[in-house]
Each structure stands twice: as C-alpha cells, then as structure tokens.
Design a protein around this ligand. Structure first.
Ligand code: DC
Length: 232
C-alpha cells in the first residue's frame, strides 16, 4: 500500500511550500489539489460566468476534462488536454476557485481523480479536506496554520514579486474572504480531521517548518517511511 501524507490548512499557511519540500525529501509525488479547484475556476471565468452562478457552473462541468499527469515528481494539471500554468494563480482566479469549491457537484467531480493518484503512488497531498474527506485513512495528517497577518504578508510579497499590483490590505481582504468561504461552507469545510497533527508555522522559516513536519512524520511512520522513501 502506498503511503499518503495529507497537509491541510488555510490559504498561504505554507502548505504547498512544505508539501513540495517533503515530496522531494522522501521521493513522493506532490499533489496540489488547490490547482484542481483553480482549474475549474479558470474554466468558469473563461466562460464569463459569475463565480456565484451555481446552475451555470454545474452545467459547464461535463465539458471540463481535468487530468493529472505525473511529471518531475508532481501531478501536473491538464485542462481539456492542455497544461495549465500561472493563469490559475491570479487573485481573481483564487476567488473563483474558492467560490466553485463550495459546490458539492464540483467537489464530487474532482474526488476520484484525487483518490486515484493516491491509490497508486506515495503522495504528499495538500488542500483543505484531504484528511477529512479525500484520504480519511491517510498515514499522516498535518493541519497547518499561521496568523492571518503573516499569511497576508506572505501572499502580498508573493504577488508583488510576480508583478501583481496589490496592497497589503487587499491581500488581507482576499485571504479573509477565502478563509470565511473555505472554513464555513457546508460541504468539506477546511477544518482539521480529529486525528490531524497541528503545525503552526507563524514566525518559522520554510526550513524550520520542514524540520518540524519531518519530525512529526518520522515519529508517526518510523520504518514505514524509511522503506517507502526513495531519497532517505
Ligand atoms: O490551496 P489553494 O489556495 O490553491 O486553493 C484554492 C481554493 O480551492 C481554496 O480557496 C479552496 C479550494 N480548495 C478546496 O476547497 N479543497 C481543496 N482540497 C483544495 C482547495
């Protein structure tokens, strides 16, 4: 049975940085499930539908074909046969992703894709509901958090470096809206699984966060990790 490490938590809590680093360290596949919701959001945005247009979004699902192809140790997302790139990372697409992810139809649409990849590969999978819904039997579940002011600062820095014009207050507003959406939706809210290990990385560097997570994972998995990991 392949090993699975689930990493959940709010936006900009450092999930993807941690998940990528752990996947590289252990030789596991990195699966960014947010990219799947972002891809649905992008398609909806390209159709010029409002992110609140529930019926329109559900009607569009049959024409959306999303795949994850394994490339360079990660699942790369393809939308209708084409690889998706940074166009899913814009602030507008983030809100589309958060809005479409509230719909049970969208979540059901993306469920088997996520489970299939974990059934066949050792994975580090990040998202909001990996430990609660997608992989309830994951071998390790981490739930990350960080103070919202620090998360907003990280997000603002990331976007500014990419050349997006945005103030710190706008980054804070966008994150707060997504937190509200993601934590309070009725289906698969972004909450810790009862058996998730909390990891608050406020004030920690990326390296310190990896070291803290690595300790938790080794404690939990012991020899099973040494046997599965190709890079230890
Ligand atoms: O992780 P991210 O910021 O790229 O995710 C974008 C949005 O997708 C997020 O606001 C909520 C949604 N999402 C989700 O509902 N469930 C997941 N497993 C991953 C992301």
């Amino acid at each position: 049975m392949p090993l699975s490490i689930a990493i959940d938590g709010p936006a900009a809590s450092g999930k993807s940085t941690l998940a990528k680093a752990l996947a590289k360290k252990y030789g596991f596949i990195y699966v960014d499930t947010g990219a799947l919701y972002r891809t649905v959001g992008l398609h909806v945005q390209n159709l010029c539908l409002s992110s609140q247009d529930k019926e329109g979004i559900i009607e569009a699902l049959p024409e959306i074909h999303i795949e994850m192809r394994l490339q360079d140790g990660r699942g790369e997302v393809y939308l209708n046969g084409r690889p998706v790139g940074d166009e899913i990372r814009t602030p507008v697409c983030s809100l589309y992703a958060s809005d479409v992810s509230k719909l049970p139809e969208v979540r059901a649409f993306l469920l088997s894709l996520q489970r299939d990849i974990a059934a066949k590969n050792n994975v580090v999978m990040d998202g909001r509901d990996i430990g609660t819904v997608i992989l309830p039997n994951a071998d390790v579940k981490l739930f990350m958090s960080a103070a919202v002011a620090e998360r907003a600062k990280r997000r603002w820095k990331e976007w500014t470096e990419k050349g997006v014009t945005m103030t710190y207050e706008e980054a804070l507003e966008e994150l707060s809206r997504r937190d509200e959406n993601d934590q309070n939706r009725t289906v698969a809210p972004a909450v810790p699984a009862p058996d998730a290990l909390p990891l608050d990385n406020t004030g920690l560097t990326a390296e310190e966060t990896v070291a803290a997570a690595d300790r938790l994972i080794r404690d939990r998995l012991g020899d099973r990790l040494r046997q599965a990991a190709t890079c230890l």
